[in-house]
Design a protein around this ligand. Structure first.
Ligand SMILES: NC(=O)c1ccc[n+]([C@@H]2O[C@H](COP(=O)([O-])OP(=O)(O)OC[C@H]3O[C@@H](n4cnc5c(N)ncnc54)[C@H](O)[C@@H]3O)[C@@H](O)[C@H]2O)c1
Length: 257
Protein backbone atom coordinates (compact mmCIF):
# COMPACT_ATOMS: atom_id res chain seq x y z
CA UNK A 1 0.00 0.00 0.00
CA UNK A 2 1.30 3.51 -0.85
CA UNK A 3 1.97 5.72 2.18
CA UNK A 4 2.39 9.36 1.02
CA UNK A 5 3.80 10.20 4.46
CA UNK A 6 6.57 7.58 4.24
CA UNK A 7 10.04 8.90 5.12
CA UNK A 8 11.90 5.81 3.94
CA UNK A 9 15.21 6.71 2.32
CA UNK A 10 15.21 10.17 3.95
CA UNK A 11 17.83 11.41 6.42
CA UNK A 12 16.62 14.08 8.77
CA UNK A 13 18.30 16.42 11.27
CA UNK A 14 16.13 17.24 14.30
CA UNK A 15 17.20 19.75 16.97
CA UNK A 16 15.65 19.78 20.44
CA UNK A 17 15.06 16.05 20.06
CA UNK A 18 15.51 15.20 23.75
CA UNK A 19 12.15 16.60 24.82
CA UNK A 20 8.63 17.65 23.89
CA UNK A 21 7.81 18.35 20.25
CA UNK A 22 11.32 17.47 19.01
CA UNK A 23 11.22 14.10 20.74
CA UNK A 24 7.74 13.28 19.40
CA UNK A 25 8.88 14.33 15.95
CA UNK A 26 11.95 12.07 16.18
CA UNK A 27 9.82 9.09 17.23
CA UNK A 28 7.35 9.65 14.40
CA UNK A 29 10.02 10.21 11.72
CA UNK A 30 11.77 7.02 12.88
CA UNK A 31 8.51 5.06 12.71
CA UNK A 32 7.99 6.42 9.17
CA UNK A 33 11.38 5.02 8.14
CA UNK A 34 13.85 7.95 8.29
CA UNK A 35 17.50 7.96 9.31
CA UNK A 36 18.01 10.56 12.02
CA UNK A 37 20.62 12.97 13.35
CA UNK A 38 19.30 14.11 16.73
CA UNK A 39 20.80 17.20 18.37
CA UNK A 40 20.21 18.57 21.86
CA UNK A 41 21.92 20.02 24.93
CA UNK A 42 20.43 17.23 27.02
CA UNK A 43 22.60 14.16 26.46
CA UNK A 44 20.65 11.92 28.87
CA UNK A 45 17.41 12.76 27.08
CA UNK A 46 18.99 11.85 23.73
CA UNK A 47 20.31 8.54 25.11
CA UNK A 48 16.92 7.64 26.59
CA UNK A 49 15.23 8.44 23.29
CA UNK A 50 17.73 6.39 21.28
CA UNK A 51 17.30 3.41 23.64
CA UNK A 52 13.53 3.61 23.26
CA UNK A 53 13.66 3.26 19.46
CA UNK A 54 13.36 -0.41 18.54
CA UNK A 55 16.34 -0.59 16.16
CA UNK A 56 14.32 -2.09 13.31
CA UNK A 57 14.28 0.99 11.07
CA UNK A 58 16.87 3.57 9.99
CA UNK A 59 20.13 4.68 11.59
CA UNK A 60 20.04 7.06 14.54
CA UNK A 61 22.97 9.33 15.40
CA UNK A 62 22.82 11.49 18.53
CA UNK A 63 25.02 14.49 19.32
CA UNK A 64 25.13 16.63 22.44
CA UNK A 65 25.29 20.20 21.09
CA UNK A 66 24.74 23.62 22.59
CA UNK A 67 23.21 25.47 19.65
CA UNK A 68 24.14 28.83 21.08
CA UNK A 69 27.65 27.99 19.86
CA UNK A 70 26.82 28.73 16.25
CA UNK A 71 30.35 27.96 15.05
CA UNK A 72 30.08 24.32 16.17
CA UNK A 73 27.05 23.49 14.00
CA UNK A 74 28.79 23.07 10.63
CA UNK A 75 31.30 20.50 11.92
CA UNK A 76 28.62 18.46 13.69
CA UNK A 77 26.55 18.18 10.52
CA UNK A 78 29.53 17.38 8.29
CA UNK A 79 30.76 14.63 10.69
CA UNK A 80 27.32 13.08 10.97
CA UNK A 81 26.91 13.12 7.19
CA UNK A 82 30.15 11.14 6.88
CA UNK A 83 29.06 8.68 9.59
CA UNK A 84 25.66 8.20 7.93
CA UNK A 85 27.24 7.86 4.47
CA UNK A 86 24.59 9.98 2.76
CA UNK A 87 23.34 13.57 2.51
CA UNK A 88 20.49 14.96 4.56
CA UNK A 89 17.06 15.46 2.98
CA UNK A 90 15.32 17.13 5.93
CA UNK A 91 15.98 19.59 8.76
CA UNK A 92 13.67 20.41 11.68
CA UNK A 93 14.72 23.14 14.11
CA UNK A 94 12.67 22.38 17.24
CA UNK A 95 15.14 23.46 19.91
CA UNK A 96 13.99 26.63 21.57
CA UNK A 97 13.74 28.50 24.85
CA UNK A 98 10.93 30.61 26.32
CA UNK A 99 11.34 34.08 27.83
CA UNK A 100 8.53 35.43 29.99
CA UNK A 101 9.71 38.93 30.98
CA UNK A 102 8.11 42.37 30.72
CA UNK A 103 10.07 45.00 28.78
CA UNK A 104 11.25 46.75 31.97
CA UNK A 105 12.95 43.53 33.15
CA UNK A 106 14.29 42.33 29.80
CA UNK A 107 18.03 42.77 29.32
CA UNK A 108 19.63 42.95 25.89
CA UNK A 109 21.70 39.88 26.89
CA UNK A 110 18.51 37.86 27.48
CA UNK A 111 16.97 39.14 24.23
CA UNK A 112 20.10 38.07 22.33
CA UNK A 113 20.17 34.65 24.04
CA UNK A 114 16.61 33.94 22.92
CA UNK A 115 17.28 35.18 19.38
CA UNK A 116 20.48 33.12 19.24
CA UNK A 117 18.90 29.76 20.04
CA UNK A 118 15.41 30.18 18.60
CA UNK A 119 16.28 32.01 15.39
CA UNK A 120 19.98 32.41 14.57
CA UNK A 121 20.74 28.72 15.18
CA UNK A 122 17.95 27.92 12.69
CA UNK A 123 19.56 30.22 10.13
CA UNK A 124 22.99 28.62 10.59
CA UNK A 125 21.45 25.13 10.40
CA UNK A 126 19.70 26.09 7.15
CA UNK A 127 22.99 27.51 5.81
CA UNK A 128 24.81 24.22 6.56
CA UNK A 129 21.94 22.08 5.29
CA UNK A 130 21.77 23.94 1.97
CA UNK A 131 25.55 23.89 1.45
CA UNK A 132 27.68 21.00 0.25
CA UNK A 133 28.11 19.75 3.80
CA UNK A 134 24.39 18.99 4.07
CA UNK A 135 21.94 18.40 1.24
CA UNK A 136 22.24 16.64 -2.16
CA UNK A 137 20.41 18.90 -4.68
CA UNK A 138 19.35 15.94 -6.84
CA UNK A 139 16.83 15.07 -4.09
CA UNK A 140 14.16 17.48 -2.88
CA UNK A 141 15.06 18.79 0.58
CA UNK A 142 12.70 20.10 3.24
CA UNK A 143 13.40 22.52 6.07
CA UNK A 144 10.82 22.93 8.83
CA UNK A 145 11.10 25.72 11.41
CA UNK A 146 9.00 25.98 14.56
CA UNK A 147 7.46 29.39 15.16
CA UNK A 148 4.59 29.95 17.63
CA UNK A 149 1.19 31.59 17.86
CA UNK A 150 3.21 34.36 19.51
CA UNK A 151 5.10 34.85 16.26
CA UNK A 152 1.70 35.60 14.70
CA UNK A 153 -0.20 37.54 17.40
CA UNK A 154 1.03 39.67 20.29
CA UNK A 155 1.33 38.77 23.96
CA UNK A 156 2.40 40.83 27.00
CA UNK A 157 5.74 40.08 28.71
CA UNK A 158 6.82 38.00 25.73
CA UNK A 159 8.66 40.39 23.43
CA UNK A 160 11.93 38.44 23.13
CA UNK A 161 10.23 35.11 22.43
CA UNK A 162 7.65 36.69 20.10
CA UNK A 163 10.33 38.54 18.13
CA UNK A 164 12.35 35.34 17.73
CA UNK A 165 9.28 33.46 16.50
CA UNK A 166 8.05 36.25 14.17
CA UNK A 167 11.56 36.36 12.67
CA UNK A 168 11.25 32.66 11.91
CA UNK A 169 8.21 33.40 9.76
CA UNK A 170 10.16 36.01 7.77
CA UNK A 171 13.08 33.63 7.47
CA UNK A 172 10.79 30.85 6.23
CA UNK A 173 9.29 32.93 3.42
CA UNK A 174 12.57 34.46 2.18
CA UNK A 175 14.51 31.19 2.35
CA UNK A 176 11.65 29.39 0.57
CA UNK A 177 12.15 31.69 -2.43
CA UNK A 178 15.96 31.67 -2.26
CA UNK A 179 16.38 27.91 -1.85
CA UNK A 180 14.00 26.81 -4.62
CA UNK A 181 17.00 26.77 -6.97
CA UNK A 182 18.69 24.31 -4.61
CA UNK A 183 15.60 22.07 -4.68
CA UNK A 184 14.80 22.78 -1.02
CA UNK A 185 11.36 23.62 0.38
CA UNK A 186 11.10 25.74 3.54
CA UNK A 187 8.01 25.87 5.75
CA UNK A 188 7.16 26.57 9.35
CA UNK A 189 4.66 25.43 11.95
CA UNK A 190 3.24 27.92 14.47
CA UNK A 191 1.92 25.86 17.41
CA UNK A 192 -0.50 26.95 20.09
CA UNK A 193 0.09 25.74 23.67
CA UNK A 194 1.34 22.17 23.77
CA UNK A 195 1.76 20.18 26.98
CA UNK A 196 5.57 19.87 27.15
CA UNK A 197 8.33 20.70 29.63
CA UNK A 198 8.46 24.25 28.22
CA UNK A 199 4.72 24.90 28.66
CA UNK A 200 4.71 23.24 32.10
CA UNK A 201 7.59 25.53 33.12
CA UNK A 202 5.61 28.60 32.06
CA UNK A 203 2.45 27.33 33.81
CA UNK A 204 4.36 26.86 37.06
CA UNK A 205 5.22 30.60 37.08
CA UNK A 206 1.53 31.51 37.37
CA UNK A 207 -1.42 30.63 39.62
CA UNK A 208 -3.39 27.40 39.44
CA UNK A 209 -5.97 28.91 37.08
CA UNK A 210 -3.35 29.43 34.37
CA UNK A 211 -3.82 26.00 32.79
CA UNK A 212 -7.59 26.56 32.63
CA UNK A 213 -7.06 29.99 31.06
CA UNK A 214 -4.80 28.49 28.41
CA UNK A 215 -7.42 25.83 27.72
CA UNK A 216 -10.06 28.54 27.21
CA UNK A 217 -7.80 30.40 24.74
CA UNK A 218 -7.84 27.37 22.42
CA UNK A 219 -11.25 26.34 21.00
CA UNK A 220 -9.93 22.76 20.78
CA UNK A 221 -8.20 22.92 24.20
CA UNK A 222 -4.52 22.20 24.95
CA UNK A 223 -2.53 20.54 22.17
CA UNK A 224 -0.28 17.50 22.34
CA UNK A 225 3.20 17.16 20.86
CA UNK A 226 1.91 14.60 18.35
CA UNK A 227 -0.42 17.26 16.87
CA UNK A 228 2.67 19.22 15.82
CA UNK A 229 4.80 16.19 14.93
CA UNK A 230 2.15 14.98 12.45
CA UNK A 231 2.32 18.27 10.53
CA UNK A 232 6.13 18.30 10.62
CA UNK A 233 6.21 14.76 9.22
CA UNK A 234 3.83 15.82 6.43
CA UNK A 235 6.16 18.73 5.58
CA UNK A 236 9.16 16.39 5.45
CA UNK A 237 7.37 13.87 3.22
CA UNK A 238 6.61 13.72 -0.51
CA UNK A 239 2.97 14.49 0.36
CA UNK A 240 3.97 18.17 0.66
CA UNK A 241 6.22 18.33 -2.43
CA UNK A 242 4.35 21.44 -3.76
CA UNK A 243 4.31 23.29 -0.42
CA UNK A 244 6.90 25.94 0.33
CA UNK A 245 6.99 29.28 2.17
CA UNK A 246 3.90 28.29 4.16
CA UNK A 247 3.11 29.00 7.80
CA UNK A 248 0.92 26.32 9.37
CA UNK A 249 -1.05 27.59 12.37
CA UNK A 250 -1.50 24.37 14.33
CA UNK A 251 -3.12 25.90 17.37
CA UNK A 252 -6.52 24.39 18.15
CA UNK A 253 -8.16 27.51 16.71
CA UNK A 254 -6.21 30.06 18.85
CA UNK A 255 -5.49 32.47 15.97
CA UNK A 256 -8.84 31.91 14.22
CA UNK A 257 -10.64 34.02 16.85
N1 LIG B 1 5.18 23.87 24.08
C1 LIG B 1 4.52 24.88 23.54
O1 LIG B 1 3.45 25.29 24.01
C2 LIG B 1 5.07 25.56 22.30
C3 LIG B 1 4.23 26.45 21.62
C4 LIG B 1 4.70 27.10 20.48
C5 LIG B 1 5.98 26.85 20.03
N2 LIG B 1 6.78 25.99 20.71
C6 LIG B 1 8.13 25.78 20.19
O2 LIG B 1 8.33 24.40 19.95
C7 LIG B 1 9.72 24.09 20.10
C8 LIG B 1 9.86 22.89 21.03
O3 LIG B 1 9.36 23.26 22.30
P1 LIG B 1 8.91 22.20 23.41
O4 LIG B 1 7.65 22.68 23.97
O5 LIG B 1 9.00 20.82 22.86
O6 LIG B 1 10.04 22.46 24.52
P2 LIG B 1 10.93 21.49 25.39
O7 LIG B 1 11.52 22.37 26.44
O8 LIG B 1 10.17 20.29 25.82
O9 LIG B 1 12.07 21.05 24.37
C9 LIG B 1 13.03 21.96 23.88
C10 LIG B 1 14.33 21.20 23.66
O10 LIG B 1 15.29 22.13 23.13
C11 LIG B 1 16.53 21.84 23.76
N3 LIG B 1 17.38 23.03 23.77
C12 LIG B 1 17.13 24.21 24.40
N4 LIG B 1 18.19 25.03 24.26
C13 LIG B 1 19.12 24.36 23.52
C14 LIG B 1 20.42 24.68 23.05
N5 LIG B 1 21.01 25.84 23.35
N6 LIG B 1 21.08 23.76 22.32
C15 LIG B 1 20.52 22.57 22.06
N7 LIG B 1 19.29 22.20 22.47
C16 LIG B 1 18.60 23.09 23.21
C17 LIG B 1 16.16 21.43 25.19
O11 LIG B 1 17.21 20.71 25.83
C18 LIG B 1 14.91 20.60 24.95
O12 LIG B 1 15.22 19.23 24.77
C19 LIG B 1 10.40 25.35 20.62
O13 LIG B 1 11.01 26.04 19.55
C20 LIG B 1 9.22 26.18 21.16
O14 LIG B 1 9.49 27.55 21.15
C21 LIG B 1 6.36 25.34 21.84
Amino acid sequence: MINPMSLEGKSIIITGAASGIGRECAELCYALGANLLLLDLNKDGLLTLKDSLDGSNGSVIIREVDLKNLDSIKGVIADAKNELGCSFTGLVHCAGIPSVLPLRALSIEQFERVMRINTEAGLVLAKCFSSNSGHDTSKQGSIVFISSVYGVVGSAANVAYATSKAAIIGMTKSLAIELVKKNIRVNCVAPGFIKTKMANGISSMFDNDYSDKIEEMHPLGWGEAIDIANVIAFLLSEASKWTTGAVFNVDGGFTAQ
